[in-house]
Design a protein around this ligand. Structure first.
Ligand code: PHE
Length: 464
């Protein structure tokens, strides 16, 4: 049954940029550099690239192919593969549903900082307590979250070709230029530290790229591998239904294997460049102690770094947050699309109705997430030992529980029930080459599920 509401990408570049837009997000910018700096620099980079080419490739191509083969949304695709696996579609749709509100809340924070720097308030933005004062406010975070969500809704409302594809084709190249620009600038800065020693960007770059084996035994190496795996998993946007949705809009003539390689290349390149941008800048002004992960890197440490740059700080900060904004919008658009496509295919809604409906739901849940730092503040103890607010609970449930479960189940369904040939056949149906066929088969049947189970046990705190 052809559904005219579905739409499709016009060509392979549009598909690749949209999928890369989904993959390149906050994770590339605030998590990757931190992990690399912590986990032995070049050692982490090498492990990550190796895993991207094996593990990442396997998960990515599997989901994109399920989408293209079924031409269905995440909610309805699995049902078509096998009646008994319908629940996996429901779970795959639930994940973006839960992620959207909090991703938009963070997108709102990015907008707020962009505005602050653009107005020349870097001094203020760098002051202690600025971030906390902002997020514990009752109105501003809600307002920025809503603005961010509305921007994403407009893109999705316009459809796959005219909205998602077109906006990715504009935003992704600009993003790449901005990242390269800031990365080069970051290498040229220097400052005199407390001990009177001049530190420059190149010293920071060395911390980032030179492999450091100090204190790395077998156990530590295992942790580096698991860190890289967790990061890869989040960064590629797998097991969120997104790649199934985007794959379903992929024209049949597009070379699947090649496109998947290009998405991975783009995602890894931006993650690497984000490190070249962040690690030297933080190192020059704060030393290795300044490296933090998550919100505190982006909203606390980096504003201080930009402020320390003096007059150029406002400009660099503005450009930086503009870049992060593009990265966040293209990711949030993909999350929203995963849900909207499910509403269209699952409930027969029009794109307009589906978009409006989910945007309203997202706004309401997003409101609660934002207020989780003020009126609804509480401290929850999470099974992995951390304490968090509403946002962290959503993040924990999706990233640590649902996503690994979805991927493990997908590996079992494809590897053992439908068999890897199912994917390989679809990917090579126009006579394309699938060079890593053997590798793919071993990965999807044995290695990927085994590692994913370890990841699940570790992220739920069952195994330390
Ligand atoms: N892959 C994105 C990143 O690296 C994160 C993301 C999360 C994208 C959820 C889509 C949905 O930040």
């Amino acid at each position: 049954m052809e559904n005219r509401e579905r739409g499709s990408f016009k060509g392979s570049i549009g598909f690749v940029l949209a999928a890369a837009g989904s993959a390149v997000g906050l994770g590339n910018i605030w998590r990757f550099p931190y992990l690399a700096a912590r986990d032995g620099g070049g050692l982490f980079l090498a492990v990550y690239i190796f895993l991207a080419l094996t593990f990442g490739f396997t998960l990515l191509i599997t989901e994109v192919t399920i989408g293209r083969k079924t031409k269905q949304s995440p909610l309805t695709a699995y049902k078509q593969l096998s009646k008994k696996w319908r629940w996996l579609g429901v779970l795959s749709c639930l994940v973006p549903f839960l992620i959207l509100p909090y991703y938009c809340a963070i997108g709102g924070w990015v907008l707020k900082y962009f505005v602050s720097f653009a107005l020349g308030n870097s001094e203020e933005a760098a002051a202690d307590g600025y971030f906390t004062t902002f997020i514990t406010g009752k109105y501003e975070p809600v307002l920025y979250m809503a603005l961010f969500l509305v921007i994403c809704s407009i893109v999705v409302f316009k459809g796959v070709g005219n909205g998602i594809e077109r906006s990715s084709k504009i935003m992704m190249p600009i993003l790449l230029v901005l990242v390269i620009g800031i990365a080069i600038y970051s290498l040229t800065i220097s400052s005199t530290n407390e001990a009177g020693k001049v530190v420059n960007g190149i010293d920071g770059l060395k911390v980032y790229v030179i492999p450091n084996f100090d204190g790395v035994g077998l156990k530590e190496f295992f942790y580096v591998v698991m860190d890289a795996l967790g990061q890869l998993f989040f960064s590629l946007s797998v097991s969120m239904g997104i790649l199934i949705a985007y794959g379903s809009y992929m024209p049949d003539k597009v070379n699947l294997v090649k496109s998947v390689n290009q998405i991975e290349f783009f995602d890894t390149l931006v993650a690497f460049l984000a490190g070249v941008m962040v690690v030297p800048a933080v190192y020059v002004f704060m030393g290795t102690d300044g490296m933090a992960t998550g919100p505190s890197l982006m909203f606390v440490s980096l504003p201080k770094v930009f402020n320390a740059m003096g007059v150029v700080g406002d400009a660099v900060g503005t450009v930086f947050f503009a870049m992060v904004f593009f990265a966040a919008v293209t990711s949030a658009v993909s999350i929203l699309e995963a849900i909207v496509s499910s509403f269209i295919d699952g409930f027969g809604l029009t794109r307009r109705k589906a978009t409006i409906m989910e945007s309203v739901i997202g706004l309401v849940i997003g409101l609660f997430v934002c207020l989780g730092y003020s009126v609804l503040y509480f401290e929850a103890k999470l099974p992995n030992g951390k304490t968090g607010q509403l946002l962290d609970i959503f993040d924990y449930i999706t990233n640590n529980l649902f996503m690994p479960v979805i991927s493990i189940a997908t590996c079992i369904l494809i590897g053992w029930i439908l068999k890897p040939k199912f994917i390989i056949d679809e990917a090579t149906k126009n006579g394309e080459k699938f060079q890593r066929k053997g590798l793919y088969t071993v990965m999807i049947r044995f290695i990927a599920p085994a590692f994913l189970i370890i990841l699940l046990l570790m992220s739920t705190g069952i195994v330390k």
